[in-house]
Design a protein around this ligand. Structure first.
Ligand code: FES
Ligand code: FES
Length: 217
């Protein structure tokens, strides 16, 4: 089939092109209005090739109290120096440039927009010290876009986002649910997404999209 080019009203843009563009926008949303830090290469040892290479790598100066952690993020392996008080959200966003990770509640653990998957479980990266993540395997929305494009496509085509700020957190939480339950019931989805807040009120669309992504009516 012709990738539904005109059927979905997207003009000459295919569903997949539209999806990829939307994911890029999700990642870029939070960059607006922030002062860019100098980017320096380094300290990072790339491991297995991945389809979601980080957009940038930044290594701010650290004190003598800093420790080196080894983490795998979206299949890439890193060695990063972190201060004891740094939270995972800031390391992933500011050092690895993974801008899908958001902060809708000033890091109070109340919104779910900073959710990432670590060792198979969704966690709030704003409430997790980076230094505790040594040895961890982490997946962000950028990784989900590469490994589960049908979920992203279902999100886009069902209009799960308005401003889009909360969406990566929802996507990551949904991916964690699908990793443990391939065909979740509506109640499973409601419970899994219970910690994710959307100020635009897109909640009903997530139920539709996740079921659609798993081939359920
Ligand atoms: S930024 Fe709101 S829960 Fe982490
Ligand atoms: S789409 Fe705007 S906060 Fe959820």
């Amino acid at each position: 089939m012709d990738d539904d080019k005109t059927k979905e009203g997207l003009g000459s843009i295919s569903r997949r092109e539209f999806t990829i563009g939307s994911v890029a926008i999700l990642g870029a949303t939070s960059a607006a209005g922030q002062t860019a830090k100098p980017i320096t290469p380094l300290q990072v040892k790339p491991g297995t090739p991945a389809s979601t290479a980080p957009a940038k790598i930044n290594t701010p100066p650290v004190s003598a109290a800093a420790k080196t952690i080894r983490i795998t993020v979206n299949t890439w392996k890193y060695e990063i120096q972190v201060e004891p008080e740094w939270v995972l959200r800031d390391v992933l966003r500011e050092q690895l440039g993974l801008l899908s990770i958001k902060d809708m509640c000033n890091g109070y653990g109340a919104c779910g927009s900073c959710t990432v998957i670590m060792d198979g479980r969704p966690i709030l990266s704003c409430m997790t010290l980076a230094i505790e993540c040594d040895g961890g395997t982490i997946e962000t929305a950028e990784g989900v876009a590469a490994t589960n494009p049908q979920l992203i496509e279902a999100y886009v085509m069902n209009h799960c986002m308005q401003c889009g700020y909360c969406t990566p957190g929802f996507v990551v939480t949904a991916k964690a649910l699908l990793d443990r339950k391939q065909k979740p019931e509506e109640q499973d989805i409601r419970e899994a997404l219970g910690g994710n807040i959307c100020r635009c009120g897109t909640y009903p669309q997530h139920l539709i999209a996740i079921r659609e992504a798993t081939g359920q009516p």
